[in-house]
Design a protein around this ligand. Structure first.
Ligand code: ADP
Length: 292
């Protein structure tokens, strides 16, 4: 990945800040919106710095052709694509080896999170489209895809939260941008975890690190993934706000009680049907009087 060496290459150890003024462990701004594509069963749009990606989920649906079916579980079929205009030099629309590699590793990562065993002989199709990119597009796509799966209502152990970590211009850093990915000493490590269990579901490495550097970098990656996770949860909560009633149900479930036994906080607010009943009673009384 390391590209053209710059004559005026920065020295992060001295300068203490990055080419885009970020701190060494700072992510680029991330925003996520779920449920943006009505034709899909679940979808998400994510902006991560300059990266802009869409994720669309279909299924679980019958896996076709039939020989692709697995009688034990659903098959995750991920298709990663970059728009021709998503990079400075036109990208060939035909899927290349990189597109196929990324589709494969994203599928393997999402497969760990989904309860695929609940849907034998089916496929869950995930399409991720990069419309603008500046390094870290695979982790952006993985983050968006897991939100789209949740939006589709597919049962999951956890969301998958991802980020890039690595090294550039002499320092260990989080979320490399394109200039950093092209640094002469660049090391690029996409990492994804399921934050509740801490299980790593994607880990790739382009470049070399010492054991000591990895020991410092890994916790930076986990921390950054957890920050991404918070943004994912917020995006889903915006789409599916938790009402007081469902909050009471959750509390009841945690307490191990039947939710119907627990008086919901909002029960006192449900006055409309009671009023209507009273009106009906009055009407019935009047009718009785008239009959008499
Ligand atoms: P990631 O996008 O996950 O960082 P890579 O490590 O392979 O994946 O980095 C490739 C980056 O290079 C892309 O994010 C993109 O910004 C940039 N790039 C520029 N031209 C191309 C191209 N033709 N194909 C793929 N990536 C390109």
């Amino acid at each position: 990945m390391s590209g053209k060496a710059r004559d005026d290459a920065p020295d992060y150890k001295k300068e203490k800040k990055r080419v885009d003024n970020r701190k060494m462990d700072e992510l680029r701004p991330i925003s996520i919106k779920v449920g943006v594509l009505p034709n899909a069963d679940g979808s998400a749009y994510l902006e991560w710095g300059q990266n802009k990606v869409y994720a669309a989920v279909f299924g679980p649906r019958e896996a076709l052709p039939k020989h692709t079916q697995n009688p034990m579980k659903a098959v995750m079929k991920v298709t990663y694509r970059m728009a021709t205009f998503s990079v400075p030099e036109r990208k060939q629309p035909r899927p290349n080896r990189r597109d196929m590699e990324i589709s494969k590793v994203l599928g393997e990562a999402l497969d760990k999170a989904v309860f695929t065993e609940q849907f034998p002989n089916t496929e869950i199709a995930v399409f991720v489209e990069v419309v603008d990119s500046n390094a870290g597009s695979r982790v952006a796509c993985l983050t968006a895809a897991s939100c789209a799966l949740a939006n589709a209502g597919i049962p999951m152990r956890d969301l998958v939260a991802a980020t890039g970590i690595g090294k550039a211009f002499g320092e260990l850093i989080v979320d490399l941008n394109k200039e950093e990915e092209d640094a002469p000493d660049a090391v690029d490590i996409p990492i994804a975890i399921m934050p509740n269990s801490g299980e790593i579901v994607l880990l790739q490495m382009d470049g070399l690190l010492t054991k000591e550097e990895w020991a410092k970098l890994a916790p930076m990656g986990i921390k950054a993934c957890k920050a991404v996770y918070e943004i994912q949860k917020k995006a889903l909560q915006e789409k599916f706000p938790i009402s007081e009633l469902s909050e009471a149900n959750v509390e009841a479930e945690v307490a191990g009680k039947d939710s119907k036994e627990v008086p919901a906080k909002s029960e006192t607010k449900v006055v409309a049907p009671a009023k209507a009943e009273k009106k009906d009673d009055k009407k019935a009384d009047k009718a009785k009087k008239v009959k008499k």
